[in-house]
Ligand binder design. Structure first.
Ligand code: AMP
Ligand code: MN
Ligand code: MN
Ligand code: MN
Length: 282
């Protein structure tokens, strides 16, 4: 079990636990350093920080930005952010508006498929009125009995290329990195194993990510096999990036990995927190 978990979600985006409950769960699971990285939103951080003080958990200000690189959705985690950054806050407002526009288009697609009231249905599952995610549509589809599981909702309707899929022409990945850096943060390439890239494509993504200011790459993630992890550790070494890890926890019912449920990072590869040593004591 790792004492560090640097990729998690709360009700400020599509997680099922409030920031306080998430931090309490982290304490129970012996996580000492927890980054809350909600999708395109930082409004849960104040509550998480306060709960961290009470529970002796070091809460790191984070976010997971949705972005596009070569027509693929790429997630960029930002850690150690200044939440007052105007650049960051303006970017988050743009992303949330884009999410609302996409939500309406997704609902139109469902309408044509004979599934009525999808927008209102998804809205019932939103826990932050400013942020709508495909996860909320998926929960509506499960609840209304259209599909048996969240995974099926993506496989059948919401996943890339499926009938209710609407592309998200948001930020470029470079823009995401630049925004995180403008807020004093460290940009981490999230779960690279999820992007279905060829070897050459992956090298291009990672080198461009580094060249525009990205500093770390997730190696331990539920999206990765042990072989993926080895491969990304090698990539990190080759490209001179730090390594990171995170459970991507959304809630006990929906996530295969619980908080801290990852092996500790191997010694000899510099972890992302070595960039902010002042925050860590070991
Ligand atoms: P969005 O960021 O609104 O496009 O929504 C994507 C979110 O849906 C992810 O962050 C996951 O929480 C959730 N999700 C659950 N299952 C899947 C899946 N099979 N493919 C993509 N996203 C999924
Ligand atoms: Mn999510
Ligand atoms: Mn992600
Ligand atoms: Mn995530």
């Amino acid at each position: 079990m790792s004492l560090y978990d640097l990729h998690t979600h709360s009700t400020a985006s599509d997680g099922l636990l409030t920031p306080s409950d998430l931090v309490e769960r982290a304490t129970r699971r012996c996580v000492t350093h927890l980054a809350l990285t909600d999708h395109d939103d930082i409004s849960g951080l104040a509550e998480a920080k306060a709960a961290g003080m009470e529970n002796a958990v070091c809460v790191i200000n984070g976010v997971e930005l949705s972005s596009v690189w070569e027509h693929k959705t790429i997630h960029v985690v930002g850690l150690f952010l200044d939440v007052e950054s105007v650049t960051l806050n303006n970017a988050l407002t743009d992303l949330k508006n884009a999410r609302h526009r996409r939500g309406a288009l997704i609902a139109e697609k469902f309408e044509k498929l004979g599934i009525h009231g999808a927008l209102e249905g998804a809205q019932r599952f939103m826990t932050n009125e400013r942020l709508i995610s495909r996860a909320h549509f998926a929960r509506f589809l499960v609840d209304a009995g259209y599909v048996g599981s969240q995974q099926k909702a993506f496989d059948r309707y919401l996943g890339e290329g499926k009938p209710a899929y609407v592309p998200s022409p948001w930020f470029t990945s470079e823009n995401a990195v630049v925004t995180i850096r403008a807020a004093g943060g460290v940009a981490v390439l999230a779960h690279p194993g999820r992007y279905k890239l060829t070897g050459a494509g992956m090298r291009r993504l990672i080198s461009e990510f580094r060249d525009c200011g990205g500093e770390a790459i997730e190696v331990f993630s539920p999206a990765h096999t042990p072989e993926d992890a080895e491969r990304f550790i090698e990539f990190a070494r080759y490209f001179g990036l730090k390594v990171s890890l995170g459970s991507d926890f959304h809630g006990a019912r929906e996530s295969r990995f619980d908080l801290g449920e990852l092996p500790p990072l191997p010694v000899g590869v510099p972890p992302v927190w070595s960039l902010r040593q002042d925050l860590f004591f070991d």
